[in-house]
Design a protein around this ligand. Structure first.
Ligand SMILES: Nc1ncnc2c1ncn2[C@@H]1O[C@H](COP(=O)(O)OP(=O)(O)O)[C@@H](O)[C@H]1O
Ligand SMILES: [Mg+2]
Length: 321
């Protein structure tokens, strides 16, 4: 079966500037795709094209089988979209705004009211229903945005930085909500927060200077870190000096960082192509009868990979900001 979201060679130019460059991917039901990238990478522009708020220069987005360019109404019925920033209609109250959105989505009467109550409770908006949206804090404005995005229980949910401006408790709450809704939907969210990706995303795409530079599960991406399967070793200073040269020559060890302090020596051994070296390292230490204070294997972190990859790509494109 086709994926709920199919993006094919999307491109957006503003004048001569290419904001999104040949982006293709698909998202299946149950997937939560994290869209990661530095400021100006092209995340919001891509999301606006998927949801029909911007016309692509080239390429297509097909949502629930409907091409957003050819059948915009049918595609939009299936989409819930939380745009960046605050909801429009600042002078309306959340209550009247959500009723209005529900009606636009075709809900009437008791159905409409029930659905409004439901989403209000889902995003915990009860206490702020009757004040103008413009007077709400950033966190509450974000909740109004989320509520309108899910009011018709869409099978495709596109959220541009859903937890932006929320405090840690609210962030936690929104992540839980996304996870709860995820099994029946295809979800895309953009974020700067890497722990958010690890917490809620089944898959992540890293985008820089308008191009996809990595695509995989959070674990797969983290394993691309130079730190993946590297080994940290702490020992007495003399033992450190004794072992250092031998470790540098050990097959599979690419590089050794050596540090000394009053407490002893620490060695950080980076592995060739991320292959496991822990066993060989501990065997060598054992064979040399060296007493080891601590030995530990590192997994690598998503934020290291993010920094390495995006830095490279933005420098290459001359788009550092
Ligand atoms: N309407 C526009 N006109 C000109 N340039 C734009 C417009 N919208 C976005 N851009 C540029 O396109 C690039 C990507 O922007 P955006 O998609 O908002 O990035 P992100 O959401 O990843 O931070 C940025 O360099 C931005 O300045
Ligand atoms: Mg953005």
């Amino acid at each position: 079966m086709a994926s709920l979201i199919e993006i094919r060679k999307l491109r957006k130019q503003f004048g001569a500037f290419v904001a999104v460059d040949d982006v293709s991917f698909s998202v299946d039901r149950g997937e939560v795709l994290g869209f990661l990238g530095p400021n100006g990478a092209g995340k919001s522009t891509t999301m606006k094209m998927i949801t029909g708020f911007l016309t692509p220069t080239a390429g297509t987005a097909v949502v629930s089988g409907h091409d957003i360019g050819k059948e915009p109404m049918k595609a939009k019925e299936k989409i819930g979209y939380l745009p960046e920033g605050a909801p429009a209609y600042p002078e309306m109250t959340p209550q009247s705004f959500l009723r209005f959105v529900a009606e636009v989505r075709g809900l009437r009467g008791a159905d409409r009211d029930r659905r409004v109550d439901e989403v209000v409770s889902r995003v915990s908006l009860e206490s702020h229903l009757y004040v103008p949206i413009e007077s709400l804090s950033k966190g509450y404005k974000r909740r109004v945005g989320l509520a309108q995005a899910i009011i018709h229980d869409p099978e495709v949910l596109v959220m541009d930085e859903p937890t932006d401006g929320l405090d840690p408790n609210q962030k936690f709450h929104v992540r839980n909500l996304i996870q709860k809704m995820a099994p029946n939907k295809a979800t895309i969210l953009s974020t700067h927060i890497l722990e958010e990706v690890e917490a809620v995303c089944t898959r992540a795409i890293i985008i820089a200077a308008g191009r996809i530079i990595a695509d995989g599960t959070p674990d797969e991406l983290a394993s691309r870190s130079a730190n993946h399967n590297s080994v940290l070793l702490r020992l007495k200073r003399e033992s450190g000096t004794q072992l250092r040269e031998k470790l540098e020559k050990l097959p599979g060890v690419k590089r050794v960082e050596f540090k000394e302090d009053d407490a002893g020596a620490s060695l950080h051994l980076f592995s060739e192509r991320g292959r496991p070296i822990l066993k060989d390292v501990s065997r060598l230490a054992f064979d040399q009868r060296v007493e080891v204070d601590e030995i530990r294997e590192e997994r690598g972190k998503l934020d290291e990979v993010f920094r390495e990859l995006t830095h490279e790509a933005t420098v290459k494109a001359g788009r550092e900001n």
